[in-house]
Design a protein around this ligand. Structure first.
Ligand code: AKG
Ligand code: FE2
Length: 277
């Protein structure tokens, strides 16, 4: 393992400083991203649910990995994370890029909104195999190079070390095209103490490490996505679930009640079609 490090900034760093590092590397670590009280509150709210959650089966993340979705519902401290200036500021910077269009003879500029795309705890337990390096914007089936669709954080709820499976990233890989394959020897572990956070782009190659320690490694992952990555008409709100239950399966799927590969639209980590059956 090399001794290269990811760039780490103190919580007092200006948002623009963080953006500058992310422009260059596709990632940055923010120390003391949340304060000790918030970290304790998150553990109080999520710890018991994480204890009860079953280990994964290798579909989303590796086996023996415990994923707990729906963190906004489970903990009000999610709001502190959603408003954290480096996270929110970077998301606005990288995602809210004006798109130009013609409206008759008028040239208009349209700025997308952002929306929370995931909020989940990822607990890697001792003995979990290494996770393949990947880009999270694969969820949105993006091509590269191209506009970003996701800005994400992994808040270290426990310490992240090279030994306990800290997320590994390849700095600069956000600029790669879709032909270049990521190699494990290019990836650097995001070592950070509990309360700090890793911030990265949807296009940056990364993956969880091997947990060779004897304790779980717990991260809380929140992502902002482009606000237009959804249906123009909001069927989930305009059609009551009971009405949708009465429709034939092909129509339920066409209304959006099926997950889009590889993982968009999951409900509690499952295909929402299961909810209707
Ligand atoms: O848990 C980690 O360190 C990374 C997980 C990850 O990359 C993912 O769930 O997409
Ligand atoms: Fe990922």
């Amino acid at each position: 393992m090399s001794d290269r490090k990811l760039t780490t900034l103190p919580a007092s760093a200006k948002v623009d400083e963080a953006i500058e590092v992310v422009e260059r590397d596709g990632t940055v670590i923010i120390e003391d991203f949340i304060d000790a009280g918030t970290l304790r509150g998150l553990w109080d709210d999520l710890g018991p649910d994480l204890e009860r959650q079953e280990d994964g089966d290798g579909r989303l993340v590796g086996v023996k990995t415990r994923i707990l979705p729906g963190l906004v519902r489970r903990s009000e401290h999610s709001i502190t994370i959603m408003r954290q200036p480096h996270f929110l500021g970077s998301a606005r910077h990288f995602l809210q890029r004006p798109v130009r269009a013609w409206l008759g003879e008028q040239r208009v500029e349209l700025v997308p909104t952002i929306q929370l795309g995931i909020s989940r705890a990822i607990q890697i337990r001792p003995g979990v195999p290494i996770q393949g390096l990947h880009r999270d914007d694969t969820a949105h089936l993006r091509s590269h190079p191209g506009p970003e669709s996701r800005v994400q954080v992994m808040v270290a709820a426990s310490e992240f070390t090279a030994r306990n499976g800290a997320t590994r990233l390849i700095p600069g890989s956000h600029r790669w095209d879709d032909e270049r394959a990521p190699r494990d020897d290019e990836a650097i572990p995001a070592e950070m103490r509990a309360g700090s956070a890793l911030l990265w782009l949807g296009s940056t190659y990364h993956g969880a490490g091997v947990n060779a320690s004897d304790a779980p490694r717990t991260g809380l992952s929140y992502a902002y996505d482009l606000g237009n990555l959804r249906q123009e008409e909001n069927h989930y709100l305009s059609l009551p679930l009971d009405t949708v239950r009465g429709y034939p399966e092909d129509i339920q799927r066409l209304l959006g009640y099926e997950a889009c590969p590889p993982m968009c639209g999951l409900y509690e980590l499952s295909d929402p079609m299961l909810l209707l059956q």
